[in-house]
Design a protein around this ligand. Structure first.
Ligand code: APR
Length: 262
């Protein structure tokens, strides 16, 4: 596989080495090699089991207690149960580790992930935004404080924020829920500084993440796609590594070590 993409890896490596502020936008495809399902495409979770309602957040707001009772019940809906069980078994794969290598080389300045599986954090990514949240955390919807789920006391009353007494929910951003203001502001800061964006394992179809590559491209930045399948951005990418993230990302990291002598 690597032989087929070696010239593209070399081309991508040279473009990344010449860039000054490289940001990665990651999606579910990064975690496929860790056994976590994607959402769209032939074997995607939403494709097989249906996408959650776009009113999920409004349902939570209408009756948070009922939502918590259902959320804490073990009979989660099949899609949530499959994702929960896959994430519980998952470990970071070579794609996650290669992104950490690129960060430690000083090449990758920031990783914005749409994944809620926590695998980038587990692999050691330090400059990281989990823009759709992290399923091991809870979050206050008022002050946006986040903390590990285990620390949330759940009684027969609603959990409230220990800092501002606001309403608490799982950190995972639901359909219909805006990305927390502070998180989106941080994403925008990083995107605005980027002159090269790695699109790793994302269909790049969900807002607001889908706007990030547009922003980089509009400012004349470089887009490099790592994905075994074509996406809406493939034709606009400067280089496409048509392979699994678990193969292409480590190959890119190795090429950059050679080019930069690090
Ligand atoms: N390596 C890299 N990419 C892969 C791999 C792989 N081994 N296998 C599949 N892919 C690609 C698919 O081709 C697809 O383009 O990963 C992408 C996954 O796309 P989606 O399933 O749409 O996932 P994502 O882009 O992360 O979705 C964004 O949508 O439902 C919401 O909150 C959910 O964060 C998610 C968001």
């Amino acid at each position: 596989m690597e032989a087929e993409i070696s010239s593209a890896v070399d081309q991508a490596g040279r473009l990344v080495a010449e860039s000054t502020y490289v940001v990665a936008l990651c999606g579910a495809g990064v975690s496929v090699d860790s056994g976590v399902p994607t959402f769209r495409g032939p074997d995607g979770l939403w494709t097989r089991l249906g996408q959650p309602s776009t009113h999920s957040y409004q349902v939570f707001l209408a009756d948070p207690a009922a939502w918590w009772r259902q959320y804490l019940s073990r009979d989660a809906d099949p899609a949530r149960a499959e994702l929960r069980d896959a994430i519980a078994r998952a470990q970071p794969n070579p794609a996650h580790h290669a992104l950490v290598d690129l960060e430690r080389m000083g090449v990758l300045r920031h990783t914005i992930t749409q994944n809620v599986d926590g695998l980038h954090r587990k692999a050691g990514s330090a400059s990281l935004i989990e823009m759709h949240g992290n399923r091991t955390m809870n979050r206050c919807i008022s002050c946006e404080a986040r903390w590990p789920r285990e620390e949330t006391v759940i009684g027969d009353y609603l959990p409230t924020c220990p800092f501002c007494a606001g309403l608490v929910k799982s950190d995972t951003v639901m359909f219909g829920e805006p990305v927390p203001r502070g998180v989106l502001a941080r994403c925008r800061e990083e995107v605005e500084r980027s002159d090269c964006m790695l699109l790793v394992g994302t269909s790049a179809t969900v807002m607001p993440a889908a706007m990030f590559p547009e922003n980089v491209e509009a400012r004349g930045g470089i887009l490099i796609e790592i994905n075994p399948e074509p996406t809406v951005l493939s034709d606009r990418a400067d280089v496409v590594l048509r392979a699994s993230a678990g193969v292409a990302t480590p190959a890119l990291a190795r090429r950059l070590r050679e080019l930069l002598g690090r």
